[in-house]
Design a protein around this ligand. Structure first.
Ligand SMILES: Nc1ncnc2c1ncn2[C@@H]1O[C@H](COP(=O)(O)OP(=O)(O)OP(=O)(O)O)[C@@H](O)[C@H]1O
Ligand code: SF4
Ligand SMILES: [Mg+2]
Length: 333
């Protein structure tokens, strides 16, 4: 349903220039990410703040500039400069944003908000049918139709997120991109919204891309998980396998911070030392080398390739059979 290959996203930013003719700074926000997603399946995207999760899915949705790479949606490659291709993308792919209240127009009633996508994507529907479909969708996400003439500020954060979900799904897209849809909500509401998304996915066969900080939530909802660091993919694996046996040193450190609901299992959180590289000046080698306890001399020279091992795909020299003869760790010498 969705295939993203070798996606790169850069932003030009103003910076203090040494000379007036010095070039503008470039933030390398996404550096060669690839994944595929089937209908009815979920891929979770995790990684620490600033690693490029939002930028990646915004680029897929056409809301950030894709410098290179391809996105194929339901068998057709998306041409972001082409109006017809973008209209097809908008009808097929919708997005739920992180801030539930800011993502709704405060001047429109929630009925108008949920009806609007039908006006664009289902022009064949009459006004009465659109209204009926919008009210049914609101009811489906747990908002009583009697409240449909209210404005977004009259609802709680969790209700606004439900309204955002209703708006995204009312025109029956095939792919839903969710940018931390539950991070602004408290735990009990998070569970309701996540379970609602799962139910709707089952009913509609949606392909879900789910970005989150909370690995517990990602583990619950995802079939597969992609771990990002400094805009690049470090590991991709089925969710259960990644949680049970992460392969990449960064994925291991990230997962060691997730509490395990078993008092007999104690995993000490692994503290990462060292500085993150600047996204405006990426090193030539492994992007994680400055914080990796296993970094070797070759790690700082060239990017490790993606290698497959036991269903995991990870970018690390430690997993590469061809370089199995490991060099001593830099931290040991
Ligand atoms: N419009 C922009 N202009 C310049 N740099 C940007 C822009 N948007 C994002 N960035 C930079 O791109 C990088 C990735 O940002 P992004 O918002 O995708 O991170 P994230 O993983 O979603 O973080 P968080 O978990 O905090 O939401 C960051 O270094 C950020 O500063
Ligand atoms: S390639 Fe080297 S620096 Fe990068 S994660 Fe693997 S061991 Fe660590
Ligand atoms: Mg983000």
């Amino acid at each position: 349903m969705l295939s993203v290959q070798n996606a790169y996203v850069e932003f030009r930013v103003a910076q203090t220039k040494k000379w007036p003719w010095s070039p503008a700074g470039i933030v390398h926000a996404v550096n060669g990410v690839s994944f595929e997603l089937e209908a009815g399946r979920t891929i979770g995207i995790v990684g620490e703040s600033g690693c490029g999760k939002s930028t990646l899915i915004r680029a897929v949705a056409g809301l950030a500039p894709l410098v290179s790479g391809t996105v194929t949606l339901d068998g057709e490659q998306v041409d972001y400069g082409n109006r017809t291709s973008m209209q097809r993308l908008r009808a097929t792919m919708q997005m739920i944003f992180q801030d539930p209240i800011a993502s709704l127009n405060p001047r429109m009633t929630i009925r108008e908000i949920v009806t609007e996508p039908l006006t664009f994507f289902r022009p064949e529907m009459g006004a009465a049918d659109r209204k009926t479909a919008a009210l049914a969708m609101l009811e489906r996400v747990g908002i009583p139709p009697a409240q449909a003439n209210r404005f977004p500020h009259e609802f709680s954060g969790g209700q606004c997120q439900r309204i955002g979900i209703a708006r995204a799904l009312v025109a029956e897209p095939k792919v839903l991109l969710c940018d931390e849809p539950v991070s602004a909500l408290d735990v009990s509401i998070q569970a309701q919204v996540v379970n609602l998304l799962k139910e709707l996915q089952r009913e509609m066969g949606l392909a879900l891309v789910f970005v989150a900080h909370d690995l517990g939530v990602v583990r619950h909802i995802s079939d597969e998980v992609l771990v990002m660091y400094m805009g690049a993919q470090m590991e991709r694996a089925p969710a259960a396998d990644l949680v049970r046996a992460p392969q990449h040193p960064y994925a291991k450190a990230l997962l060691s911070a997730v509490p395990v609901p078993d008092p007999n299992i104690r995993i000490a959180p692994q503290m990462l030392e060292g500085d993150l590289p600047s996204p405006m000046d990426l090193p030539p080698g492994c992007l994680f080398a400055s914080r990796c306890p296993h970094a070797m001399a070759k790690c700082i020279k060239a990017r490790p390739p993606m290698v497959q091992r036991e269903g995991h795909e990870a970018a690390c020299y430690l997993l590469d059979d061809a370089s199995a003869e490991q060099e001593p760790c830099l931290s040991d010498s």
